[in-house]
Write a protein of this length. Structure first.
Length: 537
């Protein structure tokens, strides 16, 4: 008979003696009698009976394991407080730790040394990390969001629900001038839940922002034919209209004032999935994975796993520019994805589902005119509030002017300003948030600049010790930067033009002092050519 079987029989024996005693108060005489039957001291009978009454099953009186009880802590209270604080600070903020256990252990030990406390062991930190994650999981299970099952989204009409998300594409792109790697682009996609059609795409090298969301929504709402024609393509992509609901994650660009204000104007509802629960955005997450898999065959593809990424040297094989990658995406979506069988549609294609459901419930459309398109874009651009001063309206240290500002200046009311980060040469201003006027630079000689150039110029001026930043200094700094880049481009291209196909520099044509070409010189081809120093690209 095994030890566990013996212990079980002992538990049953104790339960048989305690069960007839009921839940009435137990006298000392009864406890002594029960103790003699069980071979225990009478005080142990009281202890076992309390456990049995709390849970009237035989296993409740099982012998306790030696050592500290489950959940007990043997570290000092001060050390315990340090561990709790580090866990809350480092894990509560969703920090991306390469090695969570190692990083937490080193930080906890560092703080304990500073306070003169004993340093906890790695196993102690491991147990506490497990306890923390268990507590987080239990809190998440009790949250109202946990009552919503994954995959609950369902739609039966085009653009009833549209999911939007951003992801960094697993491919390196090159610049148009030097064909050198310039990094991985950000891919913004919008998918219609009912038909699985991709209703919008936007590609940029900068991280997603409110302006990127505005551009993506413009692609969703407006007809795509003019944009596709500007890419030099001739494909059909008829999916567009005003969504009823946008289903988003909790990124900052999806909670901007510009997005909330624009959606309220056009009757689009905003719903957010629970924090840290990507499965609640299953349609767009699956679409992202599908496209990352399709990118594997492109030059410069990194693969879906970071393992072995350095050995692959994807940057060296990159050859697509941003414009070329955008054209590839349009063809991939409009000609392949929309006309391929989709498992979520029971084998139908997204294009056929759009056509069938769209005939029953066609999506809302914007009026087909330029003003409507411009108004739509403006309402989703980032916004700020300013007051018109005597010399105009100032934004990012730049003065803007419009004749109506003379009236607004007298009224001394705050003005709602919309701006595009990629083009600060014009802004859109409004008093009521509905009717906007387009204002240009007060000094029309100023060149078009972006917000990133303006911020970089401010950093340079600050590093130089210029505390009084002005509009003139900002534009002067940007102009100097552009001249440096232009000279670098010219010098590099000239150098490349002087390099032949074999990698040898092509000697300049012989000329006299007057700049006129000399007479042809006979060349002895029987002798090897003299080498020229050149930088090989």
């Amino acid at each position: 008979m095994s030890q566990r079987q013996t212990a079980t029989e002992r538990e049953v024996e104790i339960a048989k003696v305690l069960r007839p005693l009921g839940d009435r108060p137990l006298s000392k005489q009864q406890a002594e009698l029960a103790g003699r039957l069980l071979g225990l001291h009478w005080t142990s009978v009281y202890r076992l009976r309390r456990r049995f009454l709390a849970d009237p099953v035989a296993s409740a009186v099982a012998a306790r394991q030696p050592g500290p009880g489950a959940g007990s802590r043997r570290v000092l209270t001060q050390v315990d407080q340090v561990i709790d604080k580090v866990m809350a600070q480092w894990l509560g903020r969703k920090r991306q730790l390469a090695h969570p256990l190692l990083d937490l252990t080193l930080e906890i030990r560092r703080r304990c040394r500073q306070r003169g406390l004993p340093e906890p062991s790695r196993s102690t930190v491991r147990r506490r990390l497990g306890d923390y994650r268990d507590a987080q999981a239990q809190a998440l299970a009790r949250s109202p969001d946990a009552q919503i099952p994954p995959g609950h989204l369902s739609a039966d009409a085009p653009l009833q629900i549209v999911q939007i998300d951003h992801t960094q594409a697993d491919v390196f792109l090159v610049d148009e001038h030097f064909r050198k790697s310039m990094g991985r682009p950000w891919l913004s996609l919008a998918i219609d839940v009912a038909t699985r059609c991709i209703v919008g795409v936007y590609v940029a090298m900068e991280r997603p922002s409110a302006a990127v969301v505005a551009m993506l929504l413009t692609r969703v709402v407006m007809p795509k034919a003019p944009w596709i024609a500007s890419l030099g393509l001739d494909v059909a992509w008829p999916m567009n209209g005003i969504p009823q609901t946008l289903h988003l994650d909790n990124a900052a660009e999806f909670k901007s004032r510009a997005l909330r204000s624009g959606c309220s104007q056009y009757g689009m509802d905003l719903t957010y999935r629970p924090v840290g629960r990507p499965q609640f955005g299953g349609h767009i997450e699956r679409l992202n994975r599908t496209f990352m898999e399709r990118l594997r065959g492109l030059p410069g593809a990194t693969g879906n796993s970071p393992k072995g990424r350095k050995a692959r040297k994807s940057e060296q094989s990159a050859s697509l520019t941003l414009a070329e990658f955008e054209r590839w995406l349009v063809l991939e979506i409009a000609q392949r994805y929309h006309h391929a069988d989709h498992e979520g549609l029971m084998g139908a294609t997204p294009a056929s589902a759009w056509k069938a459901l769209g005939e029953v419930a066609p999506p809302r459309q914007l009026p087909m005119d330029v003003d409507a398109a411009l108004k739509f874009v403006v309402r989703f651009l980032p916004m700020a509030r300013r007051t018109v001063q005597s010399d105009g309206l100032r934004l990012f240290y730049i003065r803007y002017w419009h004749p109506v500002f003379a009236t607004w200046r007298e009224r001394k009311k705050q003005v709602i300003v919309r701006y595009h980060p990629e083009d600060l040469s014009r802004i859109f201003a409004s008093l009521d948030g509905r009717n906007y006027v387009e204002a240009r630079y007060a000094d029309l000689r100023r060149p078009r600049i972006s917000l990133w150039e303006q911020r970089l110029a401010r950093q340079i001026l600050k590093a130089q010790g210029d505390t009084n930043v002005s509009e003139a200094l900002i534009f002067k700094t940007i102009e100097q930067q552009r001249q440096i880049v232009a000279k670098s481009n010219s010098a590099t291209q000239a150098k490349r033009r002087g390099v032949g196909a074999t990698g040898r520099a092509v000697p300049p044509a012989a000329s006299d002092s007057a700049g006129e070409a000399k007479e042809d010189v006979k060349v002895d081809y029987s002798t090897p050519a003299a080498p020229y120093d050149a930088e090989i690209w």
